[in-house]
Write a protein that binds this ligand. Sequence first.
Ligand SMILES: *[C@@H]1O[C@H](CO)[C@@H](O)[C@H](O)[C@H]1NC(C)=O
Ligand SMILES: *[C@@H]1O[C@H](CO)[C@@H](O)[C@H](O)[C@H]1NC(C)=O
Length: 270
Amino acid sequence: MFHRSTALAALALTFFSLDTVRATPTQTQIQACSQSISLDNYQDTVTYSTSDSTAHNQSYSYSVSACTTPGVKVTSIYTQDLDSNTIYTCTLKQFDTTGTLFTTCSITNGAIATTAQSSGDQDWGDFLKVGQKPTFYTIENDYTVDYYTAPTASAASRKRRALQDEPGLEARSDLSPRINCPAGFSSCWTGVRDQFECINTSSDVESCGACPRSSDAQDCTSIAGSNEVQCFASMCKVISCDSYHTLSADGTSCEPNGRHKKRSIYATRF
Ligand SMILES: *[C@@H]1O[C@H](CO)[C@@H](O)[C@H](O)[C@H]1NC(C)=O
Ligand SMILES: *[C@@H]1O[C@H](CO)[C@@H](O)[C@H](O)[C@H]1NC(C)=O
């Protein structure tokens, strides 16, 4: 009896000290942060020119205190064609003291307009996901796309539409499901049938170096003992390690510094 309560007290102490060090947000704190987030200048219907070459962007406002103390992690930001389910990732950013998170996405407004025109895919959504295992929240803002064609772009667009309208070509997406991505992006299978996304594998932390599920891809966020990681020039780079690990000399891993046993107890909570 005495032995058992000692063990419990030791465990509680371990959790307490870890929470103090790592400042892990609770489920309630993650929820409070997510509820403070709003997409700036949200419009449920947007009108883009098919020749608009500006990158689609998203700007969010959030409560600095709710989202940064302790830090709530942004896990992904993307815009999605809700008709074809194609995902276009946006640069992953984290909350800071400015209260504004601005990101540009891997598709231009012109390409969104062109898709609406050629495939009739007018239903799109801007997504931001926050949290950490086991608590995640998704902020979704759907928008309808109206398009107009500038004279210079119309010839190419008409040609594309003519091809797509031709009977018998409808099954084409099943035969070659890869999507066309802008230069510098790889077309990666999402793991769900027929769904591809455009990923910049030279800088994507979760698909560093290659598409996810390929043997060359590295998920930098899974580096044991790491606190902050980056994918830089297709290679994972560890910026900092947790307090039970020390950054290796080459900056690619975190080495246990003798206190790592506590961390394995912490991991069993999930
Ligand atoms: C973000 O997108 C909006 C709507 O397309 C555009 O008006 C604005 O100029 C863009 N901002 C930046 C900084 O690119
Ligand atoms: C991909 O990411 C790298 C590193 O951040 C950046 O230099 C490059 O411009 C990105 N490519 C595109 C097409 O945005």
